[in-house]
Design a protein around this ligand. Structure first.
Ligand code: ZN
Length: 484
């Protein structure tokens, strides 16, 4: 059916407000001066109130009541957004947004000064809001945390995730332990690499991967991320360190993976409420697929490595391709999620998952969360955090109120491995990579995943592409085969 005019007007207004908020957020993370946030947050507050009014009002309520059985993706989304927000009083909604827009600065300062005490009160308030909102919204979900998980990855509740993370615990933790005392094999990575040259190489790499700079840009920010206004304006960021080559290269590949997904959203979906990636997990499956599954393979680097060697001749001329590949796949259990190797990565997520469950379902206080965090790191990686900044302060997510988001990262890896298992049957992946034909792989993902935008959920996509719903076995097998 066609959307009635009054509802379409609300959807258009919602799109305009989202565009403004996206641009403010992009600006805040890339160029805005540090002192500006306090005042800019007033505008953010008003825009968020308007956004809320577009999702929750009498016209929408009436529309939902008149279309109880209509299951188009857009109506499904209108209904979900209405239900998710209707129970939350408007002043609490904007109060929460104001808190989180300030919390980011407070968190950043606490992390910089390595002092959890500076952030405890803010984090406590955020958790209180998040739990309160989850309670308002809880319907058939068994636990409060399930309500939040449902926001990011519908169909993946605590019961299902417990099974997944138990497999990580029993099958992957022992493999990580085996690598604890490995000798370092990537000393080349920590030599001095000219930052301008890194930028040039990353631009080349992004283009090589199919990122279209006529419809996209690449800027710099403290933490690399991807955002977009529509399929003609997709923005990625990267960051550069003089003595760490891998960081920029693999962040670039990762964000390009996200970017390709958004660039491939078809014209008839873009600028609608389903004109974006299916879910956080499915998005992450694409970025991680490019970053790890393809991006760390020998076949991928075969046609590229010569260019990298030429760009940094002083550092890499004596490093053979073989040695480079071993280096970029080094397993080194550590404390920092964003620097984790491919094998250790899901353990970082498993720990956050357990801590979030404690915070949201058990109402544990922030000191207990910190204690649990440190204990689990010691148990599963063999290293105990000594400093707050490398412990519970390390991630930005909670300062934005994002609880339930972390599991999407691990699920993304697992979705990627399951999709790769099927892709290998359909395409000669290594041959394509060796001959630089990335576009064939890009087209495959576009056809099977990207073109559906958010009209399908993850399990529907996995079923269509691989013939079965989510099955963590492929991910476990992939990791064991690669790292045992
Ligand atoms: Zn990502």
């Amino acid at each position: 059916m066609d959307t009635p005019l009054n509802i379409q007007k609300l959807l258009d207004k919602r799109m305009a407000i989202t565009t403004a908020l996206t641009l403010i957020d992009w600006d805040e993370q890339t160029l805005a001066p540090e002192g500006g946030m306090e005042l800019t947050s007033n505008a953010i507050k008003i825009l968020n109130e308007e956004l809320y009014s577009c999702m929750v009002n009498d016209e929408i309520r009436q529309f939902i009541n008149e279309n109880k059985t209509d299951e188009t993706a857009i109506i499904r989304k209108i209904r979900k957004d209405y239900k998710d927000n209707v129970g939350i009083p408007k002043d609490e909604f904007s109060g929460f947004r104001t808190l989180t827009s300030k919390a980011n600065r407070i968190w950043a300062k606490a992390k910089e000064e390595d002092n959890f005490d500076l952030y405890k009160e803010t984090l406590t308030q955020i958790i209180e809001y998040v739990r309160k909102f989850a309670r308002y919204r809880q319907k058939e979900e068994k636990t409060l945390y399930d309500v939040l998980l449902n926001d990011y990855e519908p169909g993946f509740d605590v019961a299902r995730l417990d099974v997944f993370f138990d497999m990580i615990k029993s099958e992957i933790v022992p493999v990580v332990k085996k690598h604890r005392n490995d000798k370092s094999v990537n000393s080349f990575n920590y030599k001095k690499y000219d930052i301008e040259k890194q930028k040039q190489f990353c631009e080349y790499l992004a283009t090589y991967l199919g990122f279209d700079f006529k419809r996209g840009v690449m800027a710099e920010s403290a933490h690399p991320f991807t955002t977009n206004l529509h399929n003609k304006d997709v923005r990625i960021t990267n960051h550069y360190y003089e003595c760490d080559l891998e960081d920029a290269i693999f962040s670039c590949i990762h964000e390009v993976g996200h970017g390709l997904y958004e660039l491939n959203i078809p014209d008839n979906l873009t600028q609608t409420i389903v004109g974006t990636g299916a879910t956080m997990g499915m998005h992450e499956s694409q970025s991680r697929f490019y970053e790890n599954i393809i991006g760390r393979s020998k076949a991928f680097w075969k046609p590229l490595y010569g260019k990298l060697q030429d760009t940094f001749a002083d550092n890499l001329k004596d490093v053979e391709l073989e040695q480079f590949i071993i280096g970029i796949n080094e397993v080194k259990p550590g404390l920092i999620r964003t620097q984790a190797d491919e094998l250790t990565y899901p353990i970082h997520i498993m720990i956050r998952y357990e801590v979030e469950k404690m915070a949201i379902n058990d109402g544990a206080d922030v000191d207990e969360l910190k204690k649990a965090w440190d204990q689990m790191y010691e148990e599963y990686t063999g290293i105990r955090p000594e400093r707050d900044s490398e412990s519970i302060l390390q991630d930005v997510h909670w300062s934005g109120g994002d609880f339930g988001y972390f599991p999407s990262y691990a699920l993304g890896n697992a979705f990627g491995a399951q999709i790769f298992n099927t892709m290998k049957k359909d395409l000669k992946v290594d041959e394509l990579l060796e001959s630089g034909k990335i576009s064939v792989i890009n087209d495959y993902l576009k056809e099977k995943i990207h073109k559906y935008g958010a009209t399908l959920e993850s399990n529907e996509i996995l079923l269509n592409v691989t013939g079965e719903e989510f099955n963590p076995k492929y991910y476990i097998d992939y990791l064991k085969e690669k790292f045992m």
